[in-house]
Design a protein around this ligand. Structure first.
Ligand code: HEM
Length: 443
């Protein structure tokens, strides 16, 4: 009785802060279609921006994917979410994503996610970057030779995806069967098309197709792990780690890198001056190496300008449009009540595309990272704090190795200079970014 009454007093106490302002939109669908349409039309920052100016610049409420959600904005909002895991919030995902991804790393319960996180970090440490760089370089050279060389025109997105998928399959799963890779890649495309769709489970809908593809992928991965188990005599904990790592990597992680590499190609085509600066940097590295010598991790350290180009792509087009948390206690933030149990979302666009943190935010300007270091928690394509992406070094190696090999081999032009970029759920060019290829003439 006492607990009930004290809870009631707290709820009705006129001095307790109000809920954040905002709108839940339509019944059931909430504001899901609004954000989805803005994302697809290439304006993923508009949803947040308009609500920050209409409701509150620090926080607003909405309803997404069938759940009431609070959106934390700005570097202070990011800081709170990234640094209060297990104190105020816990990483979690909307129910609809759990259905698609099952017990994948994305949606796993806290303890399992932490274990998996350790596996990814441990694997990358164990394998050491040195080894990773060389293996990526080998895969990349092979892919360029087989898929790009001798062509006048290619579809950039499908080929970078093939490269990214090959690195994951080849480096981590030890599979270089092109038929298996193609089959799985097709299923992943269908799965990805169904992410962030309303869960309408009816033949023909994107959600329905995605659920079916998720099942096919799961079965293929189970088969793969069985084959690996029968051919490798490792101990049981290694096997669990291996299964987790393979499913996670293949499950998800080729997408973010592919989207970023595709956009690097686009921006370098649109800005020849940036292309030449990247080429200059990469040529200097290539000239310092012997014939047939692969890249190493020291070479990657020298790719500073190239990384600024990537960083600027990740700022304007972050492949992950934020992640979700759940409040695990009642607390107040920015003068508003945050009730226990509520879903919380952060989105990098609240700082990346915000004049207060990045002047002229829509301008593609890699040198902004030379001029000044972004404010803490303002530049967050990989998240931040203890749940920050553990695969960022993997992604860095994958992308820089690709840039090195691509600019050394080719110049290129966009077939459709006005091709639109939409976010669904990753940034993608509407026609797959076809480009004209010209062999590079260099020393
Ligand atoms: C450009 C490429 C990538 C981007 C932009 C990216 C971004 C992110 C973001 C924003 C998060 C969520 C952080 C949070 O909720 O605070 C995340 C989580 C995660 N990423 Fe990445 N990621 C990329 C590639 C990768 C790769 C290649 C791997 C694996 C090798 C990976 C493994 C993970 C894992 C395991 C988590 C979950 C961490 C946890 O829950 O503690 N990521 N990533």
């Amino acid at each position: 009785m006492y607990i009930l009454s004290s809870r009631f007093i707290k709820l009705v106490n006129p001095r307790s802060p109000p809920l954040p302002p905002g709108s839940y939109g339509w019944p059931v669908i909430g504001e899901t279609f609004e954000i989805r349409n803005l994302c697809r039309s290439g304006k993923p920052d508009e949803f947040i921006k308009t609500r920050m100016s209409k409701h509150n610049k620090d926080i607003f409420k909405t309803s997404l994917l069938g759940e009431k959600t609070l959106v934390f904005c700005g570097s202070a909002g990011h800081k709170l979410l990234f640094t209060s895991e297990k104190q105020w919030v816990l990483t979690c995902w909307p129910k609809i994503l759990s259905k698609l991804f099952g017990d994948s790393f994305l949606t796993a319960p806290y303890d399992e996610a932490i274990r998996t996180r350790k596996v990814v970090t441990g694997f990358l440490k164990k394998d050491l970057l040195q080894e990773l760089v060389q293996r990526f370089d080998k895969v990349c050279k092979k892919r360029l030779e087989e898929d790009w060389v001798g062509k006048d025109q290619v579809l950039a997105f499908s080929l970078v995806k093939k490269y990214a998928f090959s690195t994951v399959c080849d480096v981590f799963a030890g599979i270089d069967d092109p038929n298996w890779q193609c089959k799985l890649l097709e299923e992943f495309n269908i799965l990805l098309n169904g992410v962030f769709q309303l869960p309408i489970y009816f033949p023909g809908t994107r959600h329905y197709k995605a659920v079916k593809s998720a099942e096919v992928i799961r079965q293929e991965l189970i088969k793969l792990v069985k084959i690996k188990r029968s051919t490798k005599r490792n101990n049981s904990s290694d096997r669990v780690e291996e299964q987790n790592l393979i499913s996670y990597l293949i499950d998800e992680k080729d997408e973010e890198g592919s989207s970023t590499m595709m956009l690097v190609i686009k921006y370098l085509a649109e800005n020849p001056e940036f292309y030449h600066l990247v080429l200059e940097e990469q040529t200097e590295i290539a000239m310092s190496k012997g014939a047939g010598e692969f890249l190493n991790k020291d070479d990657l350290q020298k790719m500073k300008y190239s990384w600024n180009v990537v960083s600027e792509v990740l700022r304007i087009w972050p492949p992950v449009q934020g992640t979700f948390r759940k409040a695990i206690a009642d607390f107040t933030y920015a003068g508003f009540s945050i009730p226990k149990g509520w879903k919380i979302w952060w989105n990098p666009n609240s700082t990346h595309m915000n004049e207060d943190y990045f002047p002229d935010p829509h301008k593609f300007d890699p040198s902004r990272f030379e001029r000044e270091t972004p404010a803490p928690y303002a530049y967050v394509p990989f998240g931040g704090g203890p749940r920050m992406c553990p695969g960022r070094d993997f992604a860095r190696v994958e992308i820089l190795v690709f840039m090195h090999n691509l600019v050394r081999k080719f110049r290129w032009e966009l077939v459709f200079p006005d091709e639109k970029i939409g976010v669904d759920p990753m940034p993608l060019a509407s026609k797959g970014l076809p480009i004209y290829l010209y062999p590079q003439t260099h020393p």
